[in-house]
Design a protein around this ligand. Structure first.
Ligand code: KG4
Ligand code: ZN
Length: 396
C-alpha cells in the first residue's frame, strides 16, 4: 500500500510518499518521494523558532510540497493516490501541528482514505531504521537476522526533548527519565546565542568544540610526558586526568550523580552565562577572542555529552538492554557518538547502538511514515476521530 506522511511539528515541513509492505518479521518501506522545507533561515533572525511564523510557512509549503511528492511519485491528486495518510499530532508547537492536521484531514476526506495521528517521538525512535531514499525496513521480532532484542533503550535528544525511553516492544514505551527543565538541544541553542552564534546552535557549538578538541589533542600528543601528568601546563591537566580533552574552563554536570535517570541543562546554561559575565568583568572584549569562545563551546559540549553518556550507561546496566537507539537532532553530534561508542565498548556485555543517518537525525516525514504504518499494522480497522494537536503528547 502507499502512504502519505506529513510532519509539521516545529520548523520543518516534511511530506513523503512511501510504498509499504508488511511481513511477519519486518515492515518494508520504499521511498517514492520525499521533501523537506526547512525554515531555519526565517527563524534565525529571531534566534529560535517563532510558532506563528512556523504556522504561516507550513500553510504556504504544504500544498506546494504535496504537488511535488505526487509528481515525483508519478501519482495523480485527482484520483485516490494513496491508501493511508499519517500525520504528526504531537508533541510540538500546537499552531504548527494544527496546519499539518487540518491539511491531512482535508486530503483524507477528499480521497476517502483513513488518517492516523502519530507521536513525533515514536518517529524519532524508529528513525535509525530509515533511509531518505530507496528501500529500508523495521525489524519487528527478535531473530538472528534482525539483531534486535527487547527491551531496547532509547535516548531521545532534540530541541524539545531529552528522555530515556524503555521500549518493551514497538508501540510499548516507558519514559524512565527526562529533563526537568531545558532539553539538551535547547541548551545548545541558548548557549550558542550567548556566544553570538546563529540558530540552530547545536551544529555551530559542535564545530567550534570539535576544532578546539583537535588542537588540544595535537598539543597533548606533542608534549613530552614527564612521568606525572601534573607536570603538564594547567590547561591540559584535565585532559590527562579525564582522558576527555577539556578546555581550561570547568562547568558543572548537573544531576549527573542523581539517583534517577533525569537530566537538567538549565543550570549548565546559567553557569555559561555567569562564566561569560565574569570573563567580561576582567576583560570587556574577551568574547571577541575566538579561542575563548571555542574553549567555552568545548567545555559546554563535554558537560552535556558526559551527562548523557553517564545516565545512558546507568540505564543500560539497570535494564540490561542489548540494543540502544540514540535519535533526535542532537544525535547528529560527533562527540556524543564517539563517547557513547567508547562507553559501550567498555561494558561487560555487548550492547549494539543504532544512530539515524545524518539526514534523519532532525525532523522529517520518513520517520513519521514509519511510526504511522507501525501503528496501522497494530489495529487496521481503528478509526481515529477528532484528531487534534497535542503539544505535550507523551510516549506510552
Ligand atoms: O529533532 P530536532 O531536529 O527538532 C526537535 O524535534 O526539536 O532537533 C533540533 C535540535 C536543535 O536544538 C539543534 O541545535 C540540535 O538539535 N542539533 C545539534 C546538532 N545538530 C542539531 N546539537 C548538537 N550537535 C549537533 N551536531
Ligand atoms: Zn523532533
Amino acid at each position: 500500500m502507499k502512504i502519505l506522511a506529513i510532519e509539521t511539528s516545529c520548523d520543518e515541513t516534511g511530506l513523503s510518499i512511501l510504498e509499504v509492505k508488511e511481513s511477519k518479521n519486518k515492515l518494508s518501506f520504499k521511498v517514492l518521494a520525499t521533501t523537506l522545507a526547512s525554515q531555519i533561515k526565517i527563524h534565525r533572525e529571531y534566534g529560535g523558532v517563532y510558532p506563528m511564523l512556523a504556522k504561516r510557512e507550513h500553510i504556504k509549503n504544504l500544498p506546494i510540497l504535496l504537488e511535488k511528492v505526487l509528481t515525483n511519485s508519478n501519482l495523480n491528486s485527482k484520483k485516490k493516490p494513496v491508501d493511508l495518510i499519517v500525520v504528526t499530532s504531537g508533541p510540538g508547537l500546537e499552531p504548527a501541528l494544527w496546519t499539518g492536521i487540518v491539511f491531512a484531514k482535508e486530503l483524507s476526506q477528499k480521497w476517502n482514505v483513513p488518517l492516523i495521528p502519530v507521536n513525533h517521538m515514536e518517529g524519532h525512535i524508529l528513525s535509525p531504521f530509515g533511509a531518505n531514499a530507496g528501500d529500508f525496513e523495521i525489524p519487528l521480532t527478535e531473530n538472528k537476522d534482525s539483531s534486535i532484542s527487547f527491551p531496547i533503550l532509547s535516548l531521545l535528544v532534540s530541541g524539545g526533548h531529552t528522555e530515556l525511553v524503555l521500549i518493551k516492544d514497538w508501540g510499548k514505551y516507558k519514559v524512565i527519565g527526562q529533563t526537568v527543565d531545558d532539553a539538551a538541544g535547547e541548551a545548545y541553542d541558548k548557549v550558542a546565542r550567548m556566544l553570538n552564534l546563529p540558530y540552530p546552535g547545536g551544529p555551530e557549538i559542535s564545530k567550534l568544540a570539535e576544532k578546539r578538541r583537535k588542537i588540544l589533542s595535537f598539543k597533548t600528543a606533542h608534549i613530552p610526558v614527564l612521568g606525572d601528568c601534573y607536570a603538564q601546563p594547567v590547561g591540559l591537566r584535565n585532559a590527562f586526568k579525564t582522558h576527555n580533552l577539556s578546555s581550561s574552563f570547568k562547568l558543572p554536570r548537573p544531576m549527573i550523580y542523581s539517583k534517577d535517570f533525569n537530566f537538567s541543562f538549565s543550570g549548565l546554561k546559567t553557569a555559561v552565562l555567569y562564566l561569560i559575565h565574569d570573563l567580561k568583568v576582567a576583560n570587556p572584549n574577551v568574547m571577541e577572542n575566538q579561542d575563548t569562545k571555542s574553549d567555552i563551546a568545548l567545555e559546554f559540549e563535554n558537560a552535556v555529552v558526559e551527562t548523557l553518556v553517564h545516565k545512558t550507561k546507568k540505564a543500560i546496566l539497570k535494564y540490561k538492554t542489548k540494543n540502544l537507539i540514540i535519535a533526535g537532532g542532537v544525535s547528529a553530534n560527533k562527540h556524543l557518538k564517539n563517547e557513547m561508542n567508547k562507553m559501550l565498548k567498555n561494558l561487560d556485555f555487548e550492547t549494539q547502538v543504532f544512530f539515524p543517518k545524518k539526514e534523519l537525525t532532525g525532523d522529517n516525514s520518513i520517520m513519521i511514515a514509519m511510526a504511522g504504518f507501525l501503528k496501522y499494522t497494530k489495529n487496521k480497522t481503528k478509526i481515529y476521530k477528532n484528531i487534534k494537536a497535542e503539544g505535550n503528547l507523551k510516549l506510552k
